[in-house]
Design a binder for this molecule. Structure first.
Ligand code: A3P
Length: 316
């Protein structure tokens, strides 16, 4: 499945040094590549992924930008793909490892030049993989094969607050939190990991409108408010429709935040380098931003949403 990470083409690697660079959150350098901002090792991984990956028609690629419900989507998709063979509680794969282990994020866990965190699984089909990369940089074989993509998007204000908590816990462990006002400015200016957020979402949204058989676009908020309907939609899209309501209830229960948060495998350890498994599970509430953003910050973000999303018929 994955070639060695050293296969990044040399000329592309050299040109990384010439990319625009900023100090993100006064903690790390991020670089602008193909219109988006990334840590340098992720750019190398993305280039290797784009040059080498051969999608199969039955592959499933989950996609998202950060903090939009990736862990939930990974868990749900895993259960959906395994539904027929793992009916009993005892067989629940979610109890054996964190969801990010079972559904690796391609650029940070397979093609990264940092230590490989996940043992590459066998080559039997279908593959269930994930990426935070923008649509434009996906390999042609992903775009042109029949492999399916499920993208999860989330309200920008909740995404930002989720990101603020997550990044503070990872990048500023023994320091005061990064000032929220500055975090809002970074997010709104697009200088954010895998940002600009709005363009990331719009790219997948537009593609899902053009090719609904290829890309399913779901919103975190809809999954929260009407989980049965939307999880069934995912299952049907993946060609694994549920047989009855009991199956749906079982999958939703297995993947509920409260349950996952309290599984031993998620209460300790770290599937991703320097990212404790606990950090993927927080509140999972819609509208938590109201507890943090000032009216000015709220307006700043609403204004941007109006400009960036509404012309495309996107509303959160
Ligand atoms: P909050 O920080 O708002 O609580 P990602 O998985 O993309 O990193 O997104 C993390 C967000 O999804 C966090 O939101 C986290 O609590 C929430 N989340 C994680 N697992 C979830 C689940 N099983 N159901 C609902 N939300 C979940």
């Amino acid at each position: 499945l994955a070639p060695t990470p050293t296969q990044t083409p040399n000329n592309e690697e050299k040109s990384l040094k010439e990319l625009p660079k900023v100090r993100f959150w006064e903690a790390m350098d991020i670089f602008q590549w193909e219109g988006f901002w990334f840590e340098p090792n992720l750019i190398k991984a993305a280039i290797t992924f784009r040059s080498n990956f051969q999608a199969r028609d039955d592959d499933v690629l989950l996609a998202s930008t950060m903090k939009t419900g990736t862990t939930w989507l990974k868990s749900l998709s895993l259960c959906i793909m395994q539904n027929k063979t793992h009916q009993k509680h005892d067989d629940d794969i979610l109890t054996t490892e964190n969801p990010h282990f079972h559904v690796p994020t391609i650029e940070s866990m397979i093609y990264s030049t940092k230590a490989l965190q996940v043992k590459l699984y066998d080559t039997s089909s279908p593959h269930l993989l994930h990426t935070h990369l923008p649509y434009a940089v996906l390999p042609n074989s992903v775009k042109n094969s029949n492999c399916k993509i499920v993208y999860i998007a989330r309200n920008p204000k909740d995404t930002l607050i989720s990101m603020w908590h997550f990044s503070n816990s990872i990048m500023r462990k023994n320091q005061d939190p990064f000032p929220l006002e500055k975090a809002v400015d970074c997010f709104c200016s697009g200088v954010d990991q895998y940002g600009p957020f709005f363009e990331h979402v719009v790219e997948y949204w537009q593609e899902s409108q053009k090719r609904p058989q290829k890309i399913l676009f779901i919103k975190y908020e809809e999954l929260k408010s009407d989980p049965k309907v939307h999880v069934s939609k995912i299952a049907e899209f993946l060609g694994r429709p549920f047989e009855d309501e009991k199956e749906i209830d079982e999958v939703l229960w297995r993947c509920s935040l409260e349950r996952l948060k309290n599984l031993d495998v998620n209460k300790s350890g770290s599937v991703l380098l320097n990212v404790p498994n606990t950090s993927f599970f927080r509140k999972g509430e819609v509208g938590d931003w109201k507890n943090y953003l000032t009216p000015e910050m709220e307006e700043q973000m609403n204004q941007l949403s109006r400009v960036k999303f509404e012309p495309f018929g996107l509303f959160f």
